[in-house]
Design a binder for this molecule. Structure first.
Ligand SMILES: Cc1cc2nc3c(=O)[nH]c(=O)nc-3n(C[C@H](O)[C@H](O)[C@H](O)COP(=O)(O)OP(=O)(O)OC[C@H]3O[C@@H](n4cnc5c(N)ncnc54)[C@H](O)[C@@H]3O)c2cc1C
Length: 414
């Protein structure tokens, strides 16, 4: 009997796990089960629309999905459409690669006010995620972004850029028009720690100089501060475009205390290290302080280093390590966990009397790789001038494109 492995989630961790399993377990069949009709997780729905170079990793993932021993099963949410128990009884091993999409909360008064939104919600919307697009975030002329990591800088770029700065991106048209209508004039980026402890990649700061019509207000940074962050910010201060369309202010060492407002957010109050309060008037607050675990299908907050949760059950990527790490780190993690899965399966072999794995999807409106390729072709063919694709943001429209191409999922080979 052929070894059958299900990988739940087709983001970087899922795709790299499939790739590593193809090498470690030649002849085994790998099935990627994805809740959306489209693959690639945060590469499609998190990585910034203007970072197409990073998104090009999907070419590698396409080769994995097109491998004859790999099957993509889209539009199936494990835990809702099919239970984890049924999946485990249908496959010799199940690897959970579902990532984490629950935003961490600030935990301060006023967080519920209209106009306060978490970065995950903003970046999913900006990437055309079908769950985020029906309701755009409430944007005003001014925004405070709380956080000091790369995602915070992604949000600043998104809010600060003019429509023409998005040439060559896949920013959806609905997002571009909402941003243009908001006409954001001021963005204040606030980090709790000092400049030397900031988490963003200095290269991300350098990239800000390319935003047309922006001025950057950088606090004076002591020459004793020699971290790459301090150097990159000093450089930005000295080589900035000094436009009059939007001003981006950096503030460090301020902790958010409360958000105030009546019908919507009006200001955020911060405290510095001396306890002095600083109030920033704003119409929008974006908190970019990360994501929260554990993943829905992973019972343990801190799964084992091996990735093994139980006999035949594993987790990988953000679902295993928490919401930290980049796409290359997902590859390292996937290779490690795939090695554990392969060693276990080589020792144990297929589950005796296991059901035909594809029977558990038979009654579901699943989509397949041909369906994703139909969506992909349509998005590329209908791209507006200056865009690489016209991202479909409506789930029903995605399904309309994907379903007619559905080939019956194959039964288990003899
Ligand atoms: C806004 C943002 C920007 C980023 N930018 C970069 C960058 O520029 N460069 C970089 O290297 N890294 C970047 N990262 C980090 C990178 O995206 C992650 O390291 C990587 O995506 C984690 O991979 P993953 O497969 O664990 O999770 P994900 O990418 O989240 O993939 C999880 C997949 O599982 C699916 N899924 C979830 N639940 C279920 C279920 N129950 N059943 C079936 N399927 C399910 C999801 O739909 C998704 O497709 C960014 C992260 C964010 C949040």
């Amino acid at each position: 009997m052929t070894l059958q492995v299900a990988v739940v989630g087709s983001g970087p961790a899922g795709c790299y796990t499939a790739q590593a399993l193809l090498k470690a377990l030649p002849g085994a069949r790998i099935t990627l089960v994805e809740r959306l009709p489209v693959p690639f997780g945060l590469v499609r729905y998190g990585v910034a629309a203007d970072h197409q170079g990073t998104k090009s990793v999907t070419r590698q993932f396409e080769r994995v999905l097109s491998h004859p021993d790999v099957t993509f099963v889209g539009n199936v949410e494990v835990g809702t459409d099919v239970s984890l128990e049924v999946l485990r009884s249908s496959f010799d091993a199940v690897v959970i690669a579902t990532g984490l999409d629950r935003d961490r909360r600030l935990g301060i008064p006023g967080e519920e006010l209209p106009g306060v939104v978490a970065s995950g919600r903003v970046t999913r919307w900006a990437n055309g995620h079908p769950d985020a697009c029906p309701a755009p975030p409430l944007l005003g002329r001014s925004a405070v972004v709380i956080g000091n990591g790369n995602v915070a800088i992604d949000v600043v770029r998104l809010l600060a850029k003019s429509p023409s700065d998005f040439a060559g991106s896949d920013l959806p048209a609905v997002v571009a028009s909402a941003l243009a209508a908001a006409r954001i004039e001021e963005i204040v980026l606030v980090g709790r720690r000092g400049v030397d402890q900031a988490r963003f990649d200095p290269a991300m700061v350098k990239e800000l100089t390319r935003i047309g019509g922006a001025t950057f207000d950088i606090p004076s940074i002591s020459t004793a501060a020699v971290s790459p962050h301090a150097v990159s910010l000093r450089h930005l201060g000295e080589h900035q475009p000094r436009g009059d369309r939007v001003t981006v202010r950096f503030r460090f060492g301020w902790s958010p205390l409360r958000i105030e407002g009546d019908a919507r957010v009006e200001k955020v109050v911060f405290a510095d290290s001396t306890g002095a309060e600083h109030s920033v008037a704003t119409e929008t607050v974006v908190s970019a302080i990360g994501f929260a675990g554990p993943a829905a299908l992973v019972p343990d907050e801190a799964p084992a280093e091996s990735g093994r949760l139980d006999a035949g059950l594993y987790c990988v990527g953000w679902a295993r390590r928490g919401p930290r790490g980049t796409i290359p780190e997902a590859r390292t993690d996937a290779r490690h966990v795939a090695g554990v899965v392969a060693a276990d399966l080589k020792g144990r072999g297929p589950i005796p009397g296991r059901a035909d794995p594809y029977r558990c999807f038979a009654a579901l409106p699943a989509t397949d790789l041909a369906g994703w390729h139909a969506i992909d072709r349509h998005e590329r063919a209908t791209a507006a001038d200056g865009r690489v694709r016209n991202k479909i943001t409506d789930r029903r429209a995605l399904l309309r494109l994907a379903r007619p191409h559905l080939n019956h999922l194959e039964g288990e080979p003899a």
